[in-house]
Design a protein around this ligand. Structure first.
Ligand code: NAP
Length: 330
């Protein structure tokens, strides 16, 4: 990227469903968006396996495949996708400045779609054993646990989805949950309860990950009785939720108490900085679905286009084809 590069109308930071959907819409509005997608592009869906609830895929789709298709779709309409990290932003002046490992980009508007990342359970030994039996990605690492006993920690959709996926490999899966009721959807609960390879340890937390070179077990504590026990196993998958990827924007943009980008109103994707918009999990701790993130990306592109138009830096009605989509006949 050269220092002389012209000012972009829209730069999208992030390459999950929100980022690529924003890119599709912005590209179709001839805004020639630049997607700074990160070295590890594709967002959380590249760490997942089957996606069964995204409309339009009656047989499900693999998360990485879906992200590759979204990227192709965005590029087809002229979005430029670069798989590099943004290292610093400056939103104090316009055009906004975004530093990357390959140079500086300037933008009239920015859409933040950096998503969220898997949280740790913060047990002793967890970090030291990360990648040596502690994982946050069943799709990536499940293969290593063929015919071995493992655990999944958490009580949400991710935990049960990982546990169910891991039944393909592991000999047995213990789901460890800190309460006595799951927050996962009923359909996943039913599948997990019916699976003979899965059992549950209720009201239980992991105190320590045991092992020298690799995970050999977990030290557990019953939150009701206080009793401690050891569970021998070969691996543990941590599925205890997510935190927003907003460190890059701290001090530049308003965040809420949990670190998500603060909403300015109930309707739009505006942030407190005019011209900077946010979409997807980076601002949403309620729904956090691929489909809601994609919807947010669409809104952010439309908000950015309207804002650019109001500033006089984009031609009016570029989104006309989106608002007044002709009926397609085949
Ligand atoms: P989540 O719903 O926030 O669940 C996190 C789970 O981890 C909760 O059960 C929580 O316990 C537990 N937990 C949190 N911190 C913990 C700690 N330090 N130690 C032990 N346990 C801890 O997160 P998620 O399962 O990743 O799901 C996130 C969102 O994505 C949800 O909206 C979910 O519906 C969605 N999602 C959907 C699908 C699907 O539809 N197929 C798949 C995956 C995710 P408590 O219950 O006690 O709070």
């Amino acid at each position: 990227m050269s220092a002389q590069e012209s000012v972009r109308q829209v730069v999208i930071i992030g390459s999950g469903p929100a980022g690529f959907t924003a890119a599709i819409y912005a590209a179709r509005a001839t805004l020639e968006p630049l997607v700074l997608g990160g070295v590890y592009w594709g967002g959380q869906l590249v760490l997942t396996s089957d996606v069964e609830n995204y409309p339009g895929y009656p047989d499900g789709v693999l998360g990485p495949d879906m992200m590759a298709e979204l990227r192709t779709q965005a590029e087809r309409f002229g979005a430029e996708v670069r798989t590099i990290d943004v290292t610093r932003v400056d939103f104090r002046e316009r055009p906004f400045v975004l530093e990357t490992d390959e140079g500086t980009v300037r933008a009239n508007s920015v859409i933040i779609a950096t998503g969220a990342s898997a949280k740790r359970m913060e047990a002793a030994g967890e970090e030291a054993m990360f990648g040596r039996g502690v994982s946050t990605c069943a799709t990536c690492d499940g293969w290593f646990y063929r015919d071995k006993p493992i655990a999944v920690v958490g009580g949400g959709d991710s935990a049960l989805e990982e546990a169910l996926f891991l039944t393909r490999f592991a000999s047995h899966i213990t789901v460890i949950h800190r309460r006595d009721a799951l927050r996962a959807s009923k359909v996943l609960q039913q599948r997990a309860f019916a699976n003979p390879k899965i059992d549950f340890r209720w009201n239980t937390v992991v105190e320590k990950v045991l092992g020298d070179e690799r995970v050999e077990g977990l030290q557990l504590r019953d939150t009701v009785t206080g009793a401690e026990s050891e569970l021998p196993l070969a691996g543990v998958f941590v599925a205890v939720g997510h935190q927003p990827n907003t460190a890059l924007f701290a001090g530049q943009i308003d965040l809420d108490a949990a670190g998500y980008i603060a909403r300015q109103d109930g309707e739009t994707t505006a942030t407190n900085i005019p011209g900077v918009f946010a979409a997807g999990d980076v601002r949403d701790h309620r729904y956090r679905q691929a489909i809601t993130a994609a919807g947010d990306g669409c809104k952010a592109a439309m908000d950015a286009e309207r804002w650019l138009e109001a500033q006089g830096v984009a031609e009016p009605n570029l989104m006309g084809e989106i608002y007044d989509m002709p009926v397609v006949s085949s």
